[in-house]
Design a protein around this ligand. Structure first.
Ligand SMILES: *Cc1c(COP(=O)(O)O)cnc(C)c1O
Length: 425
């Protein structure tokens, strides 16, 4: 099913799937198989030459995973998508075709803590580097781009504070520099934000979060817009020149708008092996069917709870971009027209001790290192995810000692407010 005229609710249920050709099964079967029988030697050769799309081995492709890939590509309005084992895997997979030793990524300072560590520490092992800049300072972003910069990277709705990035302006900067613009759309989801419409080249996801929506499996996805001209410069030889890792195939020439997607499968998954398994894809396919319904409720609850918190005298500040007092409120109507998501931080007047005590007393909110679950979640970054940082670094990351991160679930808002009220007192 690839009719682009369907609405979001229809697409999230039908895109990428037909009744199973072998059995007529209406739901996508879990194809729990490693390999696929070739019809004959010629068929096998066509598959290996990428002349025919089909299944070879489940490190590369699997029908259950393919259904999810097609559905996510349709929801994001991309040419193609590749799923992988986690959100962090998706980030490596997105950069892998673009990067080489000595190359860098210009990235936002407002990123998920784990991404900051991956970019600033682990990248070094590959000879890559990341230049972190304030993505609200467009001059600083432009100035940071040099001849070794291969991509611009940010989160549409940032973790943990829920700041909204001006994707239109950043996409324009990337376009003028001739580099891809990569947007992590995890916290917004394609229901709230369509980065490709605002100039993104690639969209990455941690499907672990809202796309699955029930805290059952980790997964990731890379969606390619199909819009980037890899042949326009010599910057991306793995896509624009004969690639020795795939018997000299020139991906951009042979596969056009599907070049990045096929490269990610034929070389990325083949050699890095960060594959999503079919059971995992099944859980995410189940979750994604109700994405729009859940996001509506997440946003409605987050608005109500952020409003209540802002008016409470035990609270110093709330970062929710959906509050009229937020500096990102005006940007929301353009970038995230259906709402500012359900992830934000609150600063407690009582400081570190009040945060630790509040987390301990909450009953409905679970204290976990996750977000985007149907359940409401809370974490105190300074005593957990950001514990190893110096106090100044914690504050810069929006994770000071008096900060709690909330991921608002889809329970009744009045019950969540009552839980927060008793825990704060
Ligand atoms: C969780 C998260 C990731 C990493 O995803 P995993 O599935 O945990 O590897 C990346 N980006 C954002 C915004 C996240 O919230």
């Amino acid at each position: 099913m690839s009719d682009n005229n369907f609405g979001f609710d229809t697409t999230q249920i039908h895109a990428g799937t037909e009744p199973d050709p072998a059995t007529g099964a209406r739901q996508v079967p879990i194809y729990q198989t490693t390999a696929y029988v070739f019809k004959d030697a010629e068929h096998a050769a066509r598959l290996f030459n990428l002349e025919e799309v089909g299944y070879i081995y489940s490190r590369l492709t699997n029908p259950t995973v393919a259904a999810l890939q097609n559905r996510i590509a349709a929801l994001e309005g991309g040419a193609g998508a590749v799923c992988c084992s986690s959100g962090h895997a998706a980030q490596i997979m997105a950069l892998f075709p673009l990067m080489a030793p000595g190359k860098n990524v210009v990235a936002s300072t407002r990123l998920y803590g784990g991404t900051l560590t991956q970019f600033t520490q682990t990248f070094k092992r590959f000879g890559w580097s990341a230049k972190l800049v304030d993505f609200d300072d467009f001059d600083a972003v432009r100035d940071a781009i040099d001849e070794n910069t291969q991509a611009l990277f940010c989160e549409s709705l940032s973790n943990p504070a829920g700041a909204i990035m001006d994707l239109d302006a950043l996409g324009e900067i990337a376009k003028n520099a001739g580099i891809p613009f990569i947007v992590d759309n995890t916290a917004a989801t394609p229901y709230l934000c369509n980065p490709i419409k605002h100039g993104a080249t690639l969209v990455v996801h941690s499907t672990t979060k809202y796309l699955t929506g029930n805290g059952t499996v980790t997964g990731g996805a890379i969606v390619d817009s199909g819009n980037f001209d890899w042949m326009a410069s010599d910057k991306f030889p793995s896509l624009s020149k004969p690639e020795p890792a795939y018997h000299g195939l020139c991906f951009a020439e042979a596969l056009g708008p599907m070049a990045f997607t096929f490269h990610s499968i034929a070389i990325g998954l083949r050699d890095l092996g960060m594959t999503m398994n079919p059971q995992g894809a099944h859980y995410t396919l189940m979750g994604i069917e109700t994405l729009s319904l859940r996001m509506q409720k997440h946003v409605q609850n987050a608005r109500e709870i952020a409003n209540w918190l802002e008016g409470d005298d035990r609270i110093e500040a709330v970062t929710y971009s959906g509050l009229p007092s937020s500096p990102y409120y005006d940007r929301m109507t353009r970038i995230c027209p259906r709402g500012a998501g359900a992830l934000f931080t609150v600063a407690l007047k009582g400081g570190y001790d009040a945060c630790v005590e509040t987390v301990g007393k909450l009953k409905l909110f679970s204290h976990v290192a996750n977000l985007g679950d149907a359940r409401s979640l809370v974490i105190h970054p300074a005593s957990t995810t950001h514990r190893q940082l110096a106090p100044e670094e914690q504050i810069k990351a929006g994770a000071g000692p008096n900060i709690l991160r909330l991921s608002i679930g889809i329970e009744d808002a009045k019950d969540l407010i009552a839980d927060l009220d008793q825990a704060l007192s």
